[in-house]
Design a binder for this molecule. Structure first.
Ligand code: N01
Length: 561
């Protein structure tokens, strides 16, 4: 491929394909599969040297999925389902990555993928109706459509502590964990962050390190994963009943089913004794967060109902952790409803704090000030560390899109239009960016729903849309500003009916300094989302402007607005 000419202009003739896919995680792969089925020409750009996205990058010790592996799988291919056998209730990162590699190989998807290539810009040409994408390796490629499968949690965030360049030890981020073996045995290790990554990672490494210091800013409600190998017959039963499961998941809020399911009654309907029995029972069963968080139907909306579960988890933490001061520090504050930060599940996290080689440091009362050559300093102490691990999360939902210089119609720049928070229609399109589709974009169910079911649905919707455009002689589809404003307002309204926006979570961008506080995912539930998407199509792509090459707008629903 030709190098970039001086001044950034390129000298090569751009390749032109029907569709460019950006990212080859779970959904980039499915998009490639769908495009291949339709005999559309494609190029996929992938920053990593392999497929898998999240599961390619997050290879830290202990990384595993906290949704049941049988449900956290593709649904589009019976063959893949039949031939792949998950081993555990919750799969490890290597197992999930093998699965995604298997799918890439099975459908020969790699031949369209340019690895180790990061897209740097995407510019729309109004005359040709083509997008031109450039990469950090000098590729220039054009396409009529772009599918941005760039991931929801794919832009790692590391706080800008001064001194890191002079640190003499090793440091890592959970989201960019090296491919080589990292030997932590016998070392003094500090882990910053107690989200899902920090909880999984610390629990895994505590037994091997010399000393583990956990730097906690916000305590987290974590519940037992109770992971185990799948029982004989369990997998076969799931496969045999997949159609029923799929239907139930499709008509659910989360795209996930839980066993036992919700009681579907209010927490106020039970006596304290009945609640305690139920909580104890579910704690014993453990598993994906819904097992406990969906016991009652008002935990997400009613502060008192939420407090009942939260108090139970705090009670459990106090029972498990020997040192009462440490236990108190590990109990989340009353002002943080359970479930308003992404709930982790664990395999002995609280028990870990009873080990002699593990200590907990509260960096809310005494924040980390700087990294020193031999460790780090908080405002009231200094810690000697051979290794520092940042489990400090991601610039979620918007980070990956905003890392690309995206310029659409009439000089629209994505960074500008999202400056006050993301605006989209359905989380699939943004105004001013014709023919650019996002998967799991802000305003879609994304991280609040089974990412496989939700993502497959979006890609199916996009494929149908492209077919509709082609069959009817349209060259462009673009959301109207009005429909985008309505959808963005609806996303906020729905979130505000719940306790979701209360905590300082990555859902609202609170983890990234300067990021506008906006609840980003759609919390209206999967059933409501896909039905709404269907209605839009049935209404002739209501709220979308479909245009022919002479730019005439012929979408009747838009004309009527
Ligand atoms: O990141 P997080 P994560 N000083 O943002 C702390 C998915 N996931 O990588 O809470 C000190 O949740 C921060 O503190 P606070 C899952 O969706 C899934 O753990 O902001 N601390 C927090 O404790 C998950 O939610 C799995 O006060 C600082 C932590 O860093 C999402 O990815 C596994 C700090 C970041 O927690 C992100 O999880 C892993 C500072 N300056 C991840 N800055 C599965 O099992 C930040 N922190 C599927």
């Amino acid at each position: 491929m030709a190098p970039a000419a001086e001044g950034g202009a390129t000298t090569q003739t751009p390749e032109t394909v029907d569709v460019i896919v950006v990212g080859t995680g779970m959904m980039g792969l499915y998009a490639l599969y769908c495009l291949r089925e339709r005999e559309m020409s494609t190029i996929a750009f992938e920053a990593g040297d392999g497929v898998g996205g999240t599961w390619y990058w997050n290879r830290y010790p202990g990384a595993r999925c906290d949704m049941e592996s049988v449900q956290y799988s593709y649904n589009f291919s019976k063959e893949v389902r039949d031939e792949w056998n998950w081993t555990h209730r919750y799969a490890t990162q290597p197992e999930i990555l093998s699965y995604l590699n298997h799918v890439a190989d099975r459908f020969d998807l790699r031949r369209d993928i340019r690895f180790e290539t990061r897209v740097t810009s995407a510019v729309f040409d109004e005359k040709t109706h083509l997008w031109t994408l450039e990469t950090d390796r000098g590729d220039v490629a054009r396409a009529r459509y772009c599918i941005m499968a760039t991931g929801s949690l794919s832009t790692p965030f590391r706080p800008d502590f001064p001194g890191i360049e002079d640190y003499q030890g090793e440091w890592y981020h959970g989201g960019t964990w090296p491919h080589h073996e990292v030997d932590l045995a016998g070392k003094r290790v500090g882990v910053i962050g107690t989200g899902s990554t920090g909880i999984q990672l610390t629990t895994e490494i505590a037994p091997v390190v010399k000393h583990l210091t956990v730097f906690q800013r916000t305590a987290n409600y974590s519940t037992p994963a109770r992971n185990r190998p799948l029982r004989e017959g369990e997998l076969d039963e799931f496969k045999a009943n997949h159609a029923e499961w799929f239907r139930e998941a499709t008509y659910s809020h989360t795209g996930i089913t839980s066993n036992p399911p919700s009681t579907n009654r209010s927490a106020h309907d039970d006596t304290p004794e009945e609640r305690q029995l139920l909580f104890e029972d579910r704690w014993g069963i453990g598993g994906q967060p819904q097992i406990i968080l969906a016991i009652y139907n008002d935990i997400n909306t009613d502060q008192e109902a939420n407090d009942m579960v939260a108090d139970f988890v705090r009670q459990k933490i106090r029972e498990i952790v020997d040192d009462p001061d440490v236990a108190e520090l590990l109990c989340p504050d009353k002002g943080q409803p359970i479930g308003s930060k992404r709930p982790p599940i664990d395999s002995g996290y609280f028990e870990m704090f009873n080990l002699d080689n593990v200590s907990l440091v509260d960096v809310r009362s005494a924040p980390i000030e700087r990294i020193t050559p031999t460790g780090l300093c908080t405002t009231d102490d200094e810690y000697e560390l051979d290794v520092i691990i940042f489990a400090t999360g991601f610039d979620a939902l918007t980070g990956a899109m905003l890392a690309i210089d995206i310029r659409g119609r009439d000089g629209v720049v994505l960074k500008d239009i999202w400056a006050e928070g993301p605006q989209t229609n359905l989380g699939i399109m943004a105004a001013g960016l014709p023919n650019m589709f996002m998967i799991h974009g802000p305003g879609s169910t994304s991280v609040k729903v089974n990412m496989f079911i939700g993502g497959e649905h979006q890609i199916d919707w996009i494929m149908e849309c492209i077919e509709h455009l082609d069959a009817n002689g349209f060259v462009c589809i673009e959301t109207t500003e009005e429909a985008q404003a309505d959808w963005t307002a609806h996303v906020q309204e729905v979130a505000n009916e719940s306790l979701q926006p209360v905590a300082d979570s990555w859902y609202v961008g609170a983890n990234i300094p300067g990021k506008p506080r906006v609840y980003m995912p759609y919390f209206g539930g999967f059933e409501r989302y896909w039905k709404h998407c269907d209605e839009i199509v049935a209404d002739g792509y209501r709220g979308f402007r479909l245009s022919r090459s002479d730019s005439s707008e012929t979408n009747p629903s838009v004309a009527a607005e």
